[in-house]
Design a protein around this ligand. Structure first.
Ligand SMILES: Nc1ncnc2c1ncn2[C@@H]1O[C@H](COP(=O)(O)OP(=O)(O)O)[C@@H](O)[C@H]1O
Ligand SMILES: [Mg+2]
Length: 276
């Protein structure tokens, strides 16, 4: 599904949060949105899901395959959410419903959007759980009985089970350790590509972005300050805001002598472990 956001401005209680944002995602492509904490990334994601806070005002357009969702009523938005557009959240522990088993979580979008029997829903959910690398024995467990990585795999299965056309991942790996982080990024990317969906990948980490996206936008205090190829941005960031993010990523997660290619430290660590 293609996304075309034009002149998106959002204010909450009269305070501008997002100002004149233009952002495009071509059909089948993965685009990144990067920016410091508080820059407004999640607010854009919420606008794209039709989930803005009550006190907000919003102007501009958000078009999915040409159809503007701004101004849609709640029932139209509910039809869109979880069916055509799904979200993977930052903190799977709080995104999952604590009183639902894994099977109940994953079958829920199917129950809401499709006319399927319980057996059909369970079969689809089981196939999706296998795709995200979870054993069927996990189906009857509750979120608190899972590790952070397993919880996020359930989050991904729940987001993808209805075969949505657009996935918005809002810092999906921030709460995970670095090795799990990389596994989850790879899993998400491969499943999104396999499903032929488009993706907006939100993060504040350029090294994660480099693995997940081809193009990206840099957000600063509600404004897009830079956009283009992720590779080029990573190599030659133009604005001070992008430079700061790239330098932070290099210091934390990139191989110290490589600015050509993003080699993650734990990748070397894994190789080393394998060789031993
Ligand atoms: N419900 C809300 N009411 C008022 N202000 C909010 C609300 N949610 C977020 N904000 C403000 O909007 C700005 C952008 O927040 P957010 O989109 O969460 O940033 P990011 O995801 O980039 O960290 C912040 O200044 C934040 O304080
Ligand atoms: Mg956020």
């Amino acid at each position: 599904m293609s996304v075309d956001i034009q002149g998106l401005s959002i204010a909450i209680g009269g305070v501008p949060i997002i100002s004149g944002v233009d952002l495009q995602i071509a059909d089948h492509s993965r685009v990144g949105l990067i920016g410091a904490s508080g820059s407004g990334k999640s607010m854009i994601a919420r606008a794209m899901m039709g989930l803005l806070p009550m006190a907000s005002t919003c102007v501009g357009s958000i078009r999915y395959d040409g159809e503007d969702i701004i101004g849609m009523n709640e029932s139209e938005l509910a039809d869109l959410r979880g069916r055509y557009v799904s979200m993977v959240f930052q903190n799977p522990a709080s995104a999952l419903n604590p009183v639902l088993t894994v099977m109940q979580q994953v079958t829920l979008p199917l129950a809401l959007h499709f006319d399927l029997s319980m057996a059909q829903r369970k079969a689809r959910a089981a196939a999706m759980l296998a795709k995200v690398g979870l054993d069927s024995s996990i189906s009857s467990r509750f979120p608190h009985e899972l590790s952070g990585g397993q919880q996020q795999r359930v989050g991904i299965a729940t987001a993808l089970v209805s075969a949505p056309k657009l996935i918005i991942a809002d810092e999906p790996t921030t709460s995970l350790d670095s090795i799990t982080q990389r596994q989850i990024v790879r899993l998400l990317v491969s499943l999104v590509d396999e499903a032929g969906a488009s993706m907006l990948f939100i993060t504040h980490d350029f090294s994660v972005l480099a693995h997940a996206t081809d193009d990206c936008y840099v957000l600063d205090a509600g404004h897009i300050v830079e956009s283009g190829s992720t590779r080029v941005l990573l190599k030659r960031p133009c604005t001070p805001q992008a430079q700061q993010l790239v330098h932070a990523a290099r210091e934390l997660t990139l191989h110290p002598d490589s600015d050509e290619k993003t080699v993650w430290r734990h990748e070397r660590h894994e190789r080393h472990e394998k060789e031993r």
